[in-house]
Ligand binder design. Structure first.
Ligand code: A2P
Length: 332
């Protein structure tokens, strides 16, 4: 593909703004860029490469002449508009969960399964943010020693629930620090300031949340491990924009911790930060705005025979969303 004519749907959102930042920082060649959001944002302008680009509402001719459309406007908008964009001849890379598990929609983390891209029929799905970060770390370990089982607890930032959730956290913290009553939560199910919420997305009949299911089913699809056992507990923490995860895995074959360290240090997209004696380990605050996912605190696991336990932190808006989608675009 030559420099594409690109549309961004959801340009004013947390991930949409990050699309612009990532495209600008990487100098991705573009022939044209159109920005779309809800009618609420019509007429707004967003800066990009020295220009002020107009934000428009979606209309029937929005995708005429467009080669690729990056969507991050939620499942309902994707379900309504992504098929129309494909019908108009565009390739859609969608950040919502609407199409991820459809058999004919590739679910891509380029460092892991770029090969699956060729099977697309107009629609490509960007995985869930926690899934992308974890898949990056699991893939090289799986290649070295075979992955059997994953137990993961996530520590997910407000950014994962969009801009309104980030605003909610700031407003709650400001009110609490002024000694004023904290306003009722507007974007998350509970107050997040000085709290953690063991609920990300909605609960299902079996007691797991939909976010926890995304980790299970999306990891199986991305890693091509259809029976992989993944037990996830997803937790929202009062961090602005970087997710962390505590991970315990069982491997089919023994893998020494030193060997695992060397494998992760060499793996694309990862950065090993593992000097606990010097107080160096991955954390969300220093990882914000960085492309690499940081992995550390590697140790022999205690719960499984061939166990490995570790911790990771990665920018949810970058590798967890916008950067991964732009890498898919660049890979194509
Ligand atoms: P808007 O800012 O006009 O509401 P976030 O994930 O940060 O909440 O952002 C969601 C993004 O999706 C925003 O850019 C939002 O636009 C956009 N969006 C929401 N509903 C629609 C819609 N019906 N059509 C197009 N864009 C939408």
């Amino acid at each position: 593909m030559n420099a594409p004519r690109l549309a961004i749907v959801g340009a004013t959102g947390a991930v949409g703004l990050e699309f612009l930042a990532v495209l600008a920082a990487r100098g991705t060649p573009l022939r044209e860029l159109r920005l779309y959001a809800s009618p609420r944002s019509a007429g707004m302008r967003l800066p990009f490469r020295g220009e002020q680009l107009l934000v428009s509402p979606l209309t029937g001719d929005a995708f005429v002449g467009i080669d690729v459309a990056l969507f991050s406007a939620g499942g309902a908008t994707a379900r309504e508009w992504a098929p129309r964009a494909v019908a108009a001849g565009a390739i859609v890379i969608d950040n919502s969960s609407a199409f991820r598990m459809a058999p004919d929609v590739p679910l891509i983390v380029p460092e892991v399964n770029a090969g699956a891209l060729t099977a697309h029929r107009g629609l490509i799905a960007n995985p869930n943010c926690s899934t992308i970060l974890l898949a990056l770390a699991l893939w090289p370990l799986h290649q070295a020693a075979g992955l059997c089982r994953v137990i993961v607890s996530t520590y997910q930032a407000a950014s994962g629930a969009g801009q309104q959730a980030m605003l909610q956290l700031r407003e709650e913290l400001a009110a609490a620090l002024r000694g004023e009553p904290v306003p009722p939560p507007r974007a998350l199910p509970q107050t997040l300031a000085f709290n953690v919420i063991p609920q990300v997305d909605v609960f299902q009949a079996d007691g797991y949340t939909r976010e926890e299911d995304k980790l299970l089913f999306e990891l199986r699809k991305i890693l091509s491990l259809p029976t992989l056992a993944v037990d996830a507990t997803c937790v929202r923490v009062p961090v602005e924009r970087c997710h962390s995860e505590a991970v315990a895995i069982e491997l089919a074959r023994p893998l020494a911790v030193e060997q695992a360290r060397a494998i992760l240090a060499a793996a694309p997209g990862l950065e090993l930060i593992d000097e606990p004696a010097n107080g160096r380990y991955p954390m969300p605050l220093p990882q914000a705005g960085r492309d690499a996912v940081a992995v550390g605190r590697l140790r022999q696991g205690r719960a499984f025979a061939n166990g490995l336990t570790f911790w990771l932190a990665g920018d949810q808006l970058r590798k967890g969303a916008a950067l991964n989608a732009v890498q898919i675009l660049e890979t194509m």
